[in-house]
Design a protein around this ligand. Structure first.
Ligand SMILES: Nc1ncnc2c1ncn2[C@@H]1O[C@H](COP(=O)(O)OP(=O)(O)OP(=O)(O)O)[C@@H](O)[C@H]1O
Length: 347
């Protein structure tokens, strides 16, 4: 387990404030946040490249706050890969083993294994500067993993890849983690990447962690507008709790939305677009919120269509291209939206 306890670090123009994290063995942990919030600084503190002003880092029971980086058994992949330009691919990959004076036979054995794992046999004699982004990425991962580190740190590992290579690489990272189970800390500003990969997640803002936990829970129950927006929630409204004999609602602009909550007074609500059904006729459903509305905007993306429906408030719904065609949806068409009370997150 990696334990980060009360870590603070002050630079001239930035400070990291009282960071606490527990990352379990074999976990895939993602730190998500916009640019400049201190994600890389946390990785560098774990790696031993930056010393915290205050607080401690533990691996298992061992306090490693003052241990030099080379004694930490950690592999790191940087955003820009940082491959050595004067060495070829093979020399890059075995660099860490050579500097640890591992025997030649052992190096050959480990190299063969890692080359097979990453399918990079054909690249071994190439200089690194002519490799494609995806190839550099595989080489950088192979270099980080050949020493069988206890912990793998990934700093925005996918940000330099085109969207298709990125999707393939997310799959590869998932499979790799399933196979090797190396405890991994991955930092990114990309919500999709985080959602696809993370077991647990921490969301950062201005040098602080503002929410962390099981990734599904953080995505479904954001504790603030910032987290909601950053995790892809589109329908965020303010309202007031009202109750009648049997039900609880949030009144938003006079629209009464059924919710499941014990909260009282003024609240925020968020509804994930993918939790809303869209239909031409009212659905006979056990879902408890059904509203008529009018389509205001249709925005087609590569694989998904964003539809804004005016139900008294503007509600964004995601549907597939297939549904767009089948339902024959156009702007100003009358439709119904349906969502469960439990799909409305109240905070
Ligand atoms: N060694 C350093 N000396 C001074 N300031 C630093 C140092 N390292 C990082 N910073 C500053 O700390 C802040 C956070 O940087 P960091 O690289 O951790 O951000 P990030 O969340 O990883 O963002 P990005 O995704 O853009 O890399 C930035 O303002 C950066 O300039």
């Amino acid at each position: 387990m990696i334990k980060i306890a009360n870590i603070s670090k002050r630079f001239k123009k930035f400070s990291l404030e009282d960071i606490n994290l527990n990352i379990e063995n074999n976990e895939y942990f993602v730190i998500l946040g916009p640019t400049g919030v201190g994600k890389t600084v946390i990785l560098e503190i774990i790696a031993g490249l930056i010393k915290p002003d205050f607080g401690d880092v533990f691996i298992g029971e061992k306090r490693i706050t003052n241990l030099p980086p080379e004694e930490r058994n950690i592999g790191m992949v940087y955003q820009d890969y940082k491959l050595f330009p004067h060495l070829n691919v093979e020399e890059n990959i075995v660099f860490g083993l050579k500097s640890r004076r591992v025997k030649k036979d052992e190096i050959r054995y480990l190299l063969n294994n890692i080359v097979e794992l990453f399918h990079i046999e054909h690249l071994l004699t190439r200089k690194t500067k002519n490799l494609s982004g995806g190839e550099k990425q595989r080489v950088a991962l192979a270099r980080a993993l050949i020493t069988s580190p206890q912990i793998l740190l990934l700093d925005e590992p996918l940000s330099a890849l085109d969207p298709q290579t990125k999707e393939k690489f997310i799959e590869d990272l998932k499979n790799l983690h399933k196979q090797l189970k190396t405890t991994t800390v991955h930092v990114t500003h990309n919500f999709n990447e985080a959602f696809s990969l993370a077991d647990k997640i921490a969301i950062m803002k201005d040098g602080k962690i503002i929410q962390d936990g099981n990734s599904k829970e953080v995505f479904n129950k954001p504790n603030s507008d910032f987290v909601a927006q950053f995790t892809g929630v589109r329908n965020i409204f303010r309202g007031e709790i009202v109750k009648d004999d049997s039900d609880t609602y949030v009144s938003v602009n006079g629209l009464k939305i059924r919710v499941a909550t014990e909260k009282k007074g003024n609240v925020n609500i968020s509804i994930r677009p993918e939790d809303i059904l869209l239909s031409i006729n009212p659905l006979d459903s056990s879902a408890r919120n059904v509203f008529p509305g009018v389509i205001k905007q249709i925005y087609e993306q590569l694989s998904i269509v964003h539809i804004t429906v005016d139900i008294g408030i503007p509600l964004v719904v995601y549907i597939t291209r297939q549904s767009l065609k089948e339902l024959n949806l156009v702007e100003n068409k009358k439709v119904f939206v349906t969502f469960k009370a439990s799909a409305v997150h109240v905070y």
